[in-house]
Write a protein that binds this ligand. Structure first.
Ligand code: SAH
Length: 362
């Protein structure tokens, strides 16, 4: 939609209150509107029945309620669903729903494309297109909520609504920090999407200069894409390491403002003969000493065009064992959705090409 009207879903509750106050209304009206905006099926101001008619009319003239409808969806054999939402400028933003017996995790994007150019990640090959606005971030969750609500019957696994959110889709969230922070405020607001902070994870490649701000202004979980234990190999895999070397990153993690008992999640993709030796596991154990953390080992999702190979199962288990013996909690991530290119690092806007997709919802 090209419009000069204000998209009310770009506002946190505080910003919304400020906005309605600028229209001469009380803060209470802002709270009422916040409650309406995040209910499924509310698309027009006329539905906000506890607001005066004249006020609704004036909102109608100045504002609109954005929403994502009619997603392109693709279902994996393991139950994962990849969503492509078309944006007003025709870009596509991707999100992936990962159903589990007791939760539904939604992996969302913070940007269209990504500027970080990690050599193993397919999204990097798209380059950076643009930041998503706060409404484009939260509307991924609203769009999937509406999709789940519209589904009928037994096919759907999990609890039927989005219970967890991870910023592990396209983009680097700390490069779009203000919009991400606004979206977090909407997600955690009881009148917004009402998700607990402990159910939300922001994953970053390590933009050291922004980490503290994230920790000071939110208490969501932090995940760090580490993937290597020394500067030479990390810089090769992740150009961001040239600007923010590994020891600076780990120092920022040590100082990250975190509530007691919270732990940082380190993500480590295991790439055959690159970062998966016993020695590298021991170095990793040494480097993470003193940081409250857990480690997630990620079997590499092949993207043949990038030329990397994932480590074999036995190597992954041996790597895990060394870290376990050093008293870390180490998990091996279950790769999901890879048959539809919905797994980590496989989002690359390919479903812009609708011809290759079966459209499963309307
Ligand atoms: N920019 C953020 C979030 C997006 S990437 C970040 O770097 O954390 C989400 C996770 O998927 C990161 O840990 C990323 O390194 C990982 N990833 C990228 N490509 C992958 C691939 N081909 N296989 C497995 N994980 C991959």
């Amino acid at each position: 939609m090209t419009t000069d009207k204000t998209d009310l879903k770009n506002f946190s509750q505080d910003q919304l209150i400020e906005f309605v106050e600028s229209l001469g209304q009380s803060s209470f009206r802002g709270r009422q509107i916040m409650g309406w905006l995040y209910r499924s099926g509310i698309t027009e101001f006329s539905q906000m029945t506890d607001l005066a008619k004249v006020f609704r009319k004036s909102l109608e003239e100045k504002c609109f309620i954005s929403q994502f409808t009619d997603p392109i969806t693709e279902c994996a054999d393991d139950g994962c669903v990849k969503f492509g939402f078309r944006l007003h400028d025709n870009n596509i933003v991707e999100s992936v729903l990962i159903p589990e017996p007791k939760r539904n995790t939604l992996c969302i994007s913070s940007q269209v494309g990504c500027a970080m150019n990690c050599s193993f990640c397919l999204t990097g090959t798209m380059g950076f297109i643009r930041n998503l606005s706060p409404s484009e971030i939260v509307n991924q969750i609203c769009g999937v909520r509406d999709y789940l609500l519209a589904q009928t019957g037994g096919e759907q696994a999990g609890p039927g609504r989005v219970t967890n959110v991870v910023f592990m889709g396209m983009g680097e969230p700390l490069n779009n920090l203000e919009n991400v922070l606004t979206s977090l405020s909407i997600m955690t607001d009881p009148r917004g999407l009402n998700l607990a902070e402990r159910r939300i994870t922001v994953s970053t490649c390590g933009i050291v200069s922004k980490l503290r701000v994230l920790g000071e202004r939110s208490s969501v979980n932090l995940a760090i894409s580490l993937h290597a234990v020394d500067d030479d190999s990390r810089s090769e895999l992740m150009p961001v390491n040239v600007r923010f070397p590994i020891d600076d990153l780990l120092e920022a993690c040590r100082n990250f403002p975190m509530p007691k008992r919270k732990r940082i999640m380190f993500e480590y993709i295991l790439l055959k003969d690159i970062n998966d030796s016993d020695n590298q596991a021991r170095t990793l154990a040494r480097k993470l000493r003193g940081i409250p953390c857990k480690i997630n080992l990620i079997p590499y999702n092949d993207s043949p065009e990038l030329g990397y190979k994932g480590s074999g199962r036995n190597r992954i288990l041996a790597f895990q064992e060394i870290l376990r013996k050093a008293h870390y909690s180490v998990f091996i991530r279950n790769s999901r959705g890879s048959d539809i290119s919905a797994a980590c690092g496989q989002l690359a806007g390919k479903n812009g090409n609708q011809a290759v997709l079966k459209k499963t919802s309307s």
